[in-house]
Design a protein around this ligand. Structure first.
Ligand SMILES: Nc1ncnc2c1ncn2[C@@H]1O[C@H](COP(=O)(O)OP(=O)(O)OP(=O)(O)O)[C@@H](O)[C@H]1O
Ligand SMILES: [Mg+2]
Length: 261
C-alpha cells in the first residue's frame, strides 16, 4: 500500500536532552494510527517533528516521498492539518471565523471566501457539534468546546492526513465517541489518514488499524492493537498491571488497570 508518511531514524533533542531516539515507521494512506505512551514519552514532540514545528537532529521525514522541510506552507496545509494538544487563542475571533481560517490554503486573498467555503465550514461545525456556538467569542467557550472547534478547523482544510494530539482529552464521554466516530467515518468513507495520540487504551484499541507504543522516546512496539496492547507491553511501558475483560454484549476486549507494578 502507498505510504503517505515515512519516518526514518528520527532523533530529536531539546538542547542536549535527548527525547526521541531512532524512531522509524511508515504510515500507509487511509489508515487510522494511534500513538500511545506515558506522559513525557515523546508523543507531542514526535507530532511536532512531523508537522515541521521542530527540526530533527537526525533522520528523515517524507510526505509522499518528499522531505517535509521542502514543502511550502500552503502545499503542506493541503496535505496535513494538525490539532495541537494545547490551543490558547489570544485574539478575539468568533467561533465561525476561527473555523473559517482553516480554509486559508484555498481562499483567494482578493476574492475572499466562496459559498463552497461557507458550506464546508458549516458541515464541519455541525459534525463536531459547535454550529450553535458560531457567534460566540473563541475565548469565551469551554475547553472541550474549544477542542471541538479546533477539530472543525482542521477538517475544513480537507487534508489527506489529519494529525491530532490528545483530541478527546477534554471531552465528555458522548463527544469522545462522537469525535472518534467522525474521524473513523472520514477515514473509511473519504480515505482520510489519521494519526492521533490517545491516553485511552481501550478507545485506541477499538478505533485504530495500528498502534505505535512509545516508551522514553523509543518505539516499544508497533502493529495491530491486539499485538501491541498486550498485558506484558502495558506493564512494561506504563508500569501498571492490567486485566483483560471480554464483553459479551459487543465482543470487545477491555483493558482494566489494576495496580502499579
Ligand atoms: N519545549 C520543551 N523544552 C524542553 N523539554 C521539553 C519541551 N517540551 C517537552 N519537553 C520534554 O520532552 C519530553 C517529551 O515531552 P512530550 O511533550 O513530547 O511528551 P508526551 O508524550 O506528549 O506527554 P503527555 O502525555 O504528557 O502529553 C518530556 O520529558 C518533556 O519534559
Ligand atoms: Mg503530549
Amino acid at each position: 500500500m502507498k505510504s503517505i508518511l515515512t519516518i526514518k531514524n528520527l532523533t530529536f533533542s531539546y538542547d542536549k536532552i535527548s527525547v526521541l531516539k531512532d524512531i522509524s515507521f511508515n504510515v500507509s494512506s487511509r489508515k487510522f494510527i494511534s500513538i500511545l505512551g506515558p506522559n513525557g514519552s515523546g508523543k507531542t514532540t514526535l507530532l511536532k517533528n512531523i508537522c515541521g514545528l521542530l527540526k530533527p537532529n537526525e533522520g528523515t521525514i517524507l510526505l509522499h516521498d518528499k522531505e517535509i522541510s521542502n514543502l511550502n506552507k500552503k502545499d503542506f496545509a493541503k496535505v496535513i492539518s494538525v490539532v495541537h494538544q494545547y490551543n490558547n487563542i489570544g485574539f478575539s475571533f468568533s467561533v465561525f471565523d476561527t473555523v473559517l481560517m482553516g480554509r486559508f490554503p484555498y481562499i483567494n486573498k482578493f476574492k475572499g471566501e466562496t459559498k463552497k467555503d461557507i458550506k464546508i465550514v458549516e458541515e464541519a461545525m455541525q459534525n463536531t457539534g459547535v454550529w450553535n456556538l458560531r457567534d460566540k467569542d473563541i475565548r469565551e467557550i469551554s475547553g472541550g468546546e474549544r477542542q471541538r472547534v479546533m477539530i472543525a478547523r482542521a477538517l475544513v482544510q480537507e487534508p489527506e492526513l489529519l494529525i491530532l494530539d490528545e483530541p478527546i482529552s477534554n471531552l465528555d464521554v458522548k463527544f469522545q465517541i462522537s469525535i472518534l466516530n467522525l474521524c473513523k467515518k472520514l477515514n473509511e468513507k473519504k480515505g482520510l489518514t489519521i494519526i492521533t495520540t490517545l491516553h485511552d487504551i481501550n478507545l485506541a484499541a477499538r478505533y485504530s488499524d495500528s498502534i505505535l507504543l512509545l516508551d522514553k522516546g523509543q518505539i516499544a512496539a508497533q502493529g495491530k492493537p491486539e499485538n501491541v496492547l498486550t498485558p506484558k507491553n502495558i506493564e512494561d511501558v506504563y508500569e501498571v498491571e492490567v486485566e483483560i475483560l471480554n464483553s459479551e454484549k459487543n465482543g470487545f476486549s477491555y483493558i482494566i488497570p489494576q495496580n502499579i507494578v
